[in-house]
Design a protein around this ligand. Structure first.
Ligand SMILES: Cc1cc2nc3c(=O)[nH]c(=O)nc-3n(C[C@H](O)[C@H](O)[C@H](O)COP(=O)(O)OP(=O)(O)OC[C@H]3O[C@@H](n4cnc5c(N)ncnc54)[C@H](O)[C@@H]3O)c2cc1C
Ligand code: FES
Length: 258
C-alpha cells in the first residue's frame, strides 16, 4: 500500500445511465494491484468536503493505466463525475485482500449484481491470463444500467425484464452450478444477493468468495468503522481483512451492512 498524492486523470467517461469509468495514469498502482483490491480516493481537492476518502474497486489495468467504475451516489461521486484530464487525484492503494484464485478448479463462475461488476473485469482478465475457464452471471435493475464488459457472459438478468431473463441473477445460478464440475464462485453485489449466493454455495458445498461493501473511514484497519460480524462470533474489518472473504467466514444472518 502506498499513497500517491497527485495521480493524473486520463479520462472520465459515462458508461451507463448513472455510471462512469475513470482511468488514471498510475504505473505504481498498476504494477502492484491484484483483482478484488480497492483504492481509497480523496474527492475534495482544495476543500474539506467530503472529508473522508471514498473506496472503489479496481476495475481494469492496461499498461500503466488503472480504471475504476463508479456510480454517482452522493456528493463525493458527484464531484468525481465532474473531473477531467486536467485534474489529479490523491489516492491510497492498492488496499485490502483480493480474490484467491485456485488454479486447480475447473470452472470459475463470477456473479455480479449492479455495480458489483466493477471488480469482475480485472478478475476476468486475470483468469483469462491464467487460461482458466470463467463465465459471468450479471444481474441489473434494467438495461440502462448494464455496463459493457469483455468477460464471457453466461447469463444476464434484470429486475424489469428489459435485458436478459426477468428476475434475480441468483435464480439462474443453481442449475448452472449443477452442470459444472469442480466450480469456484466469486461474487460482488448488494448484500441480499451475496447472502443468496453464499447460501446456495454452502448447500452445494462449493467454495465461494464474496467482495463486501461497508462504510469506510481510514481504509487501513485502524478505526474499526467498517466491521461486519464473522460467523465465529467476532468481527472482521472489511478494509484490511477483506473486502474479499471466504463466504463461510461471514455471519449472513446480520442485517445488511450498508
Ligand atoms: C471496498 C469497496 C469497494 C467499492 N467499490 C465501488 C466501485 O467499484 N464502484 C462504485 O460505484 N462504488 C463502490 N463502492 C461504494 C462507494 O465507495 C460509494 O458509493 C461511495 O463512497 C459513495 O460516496 P459519495 O460521497 O458519492 O456518497 P455519500 O454522500 O457518502 O453517500 C450517499 C449514499 O451512497 C451510498 N453509499 C455510501 N457509501 C457507500 C458504500 N461504501 N457502499 C455502498 N453504498 C454507499 C449510501 O446509500 C449513501 O446514503 C465501494 C465500496 C467499498 C467499501
Ligand atoms: S475503515 Fe477503518 S478499520 Fe476499516
Amino acid at each position: 500500500m502506498k499513497q500517491y498524492p497527485s495521480i493524473p486523470i486520463a479520462s472520465n467517461i459515462p458508461v451507463s445511465a448513472q455510471a462512469y469509468k475513470l482511468s488514471l495514469k498510475a504505473p505504481g498502482l498498476a504494477q502492484s494491484a491484484d483483482p478484488g483490491q480497492f483504492v481509497h480516493i480523496r474527492l475534495s481537492p482544495g476543500s474539506d468536503h467530503p472529508l473522508l476518502r471514498r473506496p472503489f474497486s479496481i476495475n481494469d489495468i492496461r499498461g500503466d493505466k488503472v480504471a475504476i467504475l463508479y456510480q454517482v451516489k452522493g456528493s463525493g461521486t458527484e464531484l468525481l463525475s465532474k473531473m477531467t484530464p486536467k485534474d489529479t487525484l490523491d489516492i491510497i492503494g492498492p488496499l485490502g485482500k483480493g480474490f484467491d484464485i485456485d488454479p486447480g478448479k475447473r470452472h470459475h463462475l463470477l456473479v455480479a449484481g449492479g455495480m458489483g461488476i466493477a471488480p469482475m473485469g480485472f478478475l476476468g482478465r486475470r483468469l483469462k491470463g491464467l487460461k482458466l475457464k470463467h463465465q459471468l452471471f450479471y444481474g441489473c435493475r434494467s438495461s440502462s444500467e448494464l455496463i459493457k464488459t469483455d468477460i464471457k457472459i453466461c447469463s444476464i438478468s434484470s429486475d424489469d425484464g428489459s435485458c436478459g431473463k426477468k428476475g434475480l441473477v441468483t435464480s439462474l445460478l443453481p442449475d448452472r452450478l449443477d452442470g459444472c464440475q469442480d466450480p469456484s464462485v466469486y461474487a460482488c453485489g448488494p448484500w441480499p444477493m451475496l447472502q443468496a449466493v453464499a447460501r446456495i454455495c454452502r448447500d452445494k458445498k462449493i467454495p465461494c468468495q464474496v467482495s463486501l461493501e461497508s462504510f469506510m473511514a481510514c481504509g487501513v484497519g485502524a478505526c474499526q468503522g467498517c466491521v461486519v460480524k464473522g460467523s465465529d462470533g467476532g468481527y472482521l474489518s472489511v478494509c484490511d481483512q477483506g473486502p474479499v472473504f471466504d463466504s463461510r467466514r461471514i455471519d449472513w444472518d446480520q442485517d445488511c451492512v450498508i
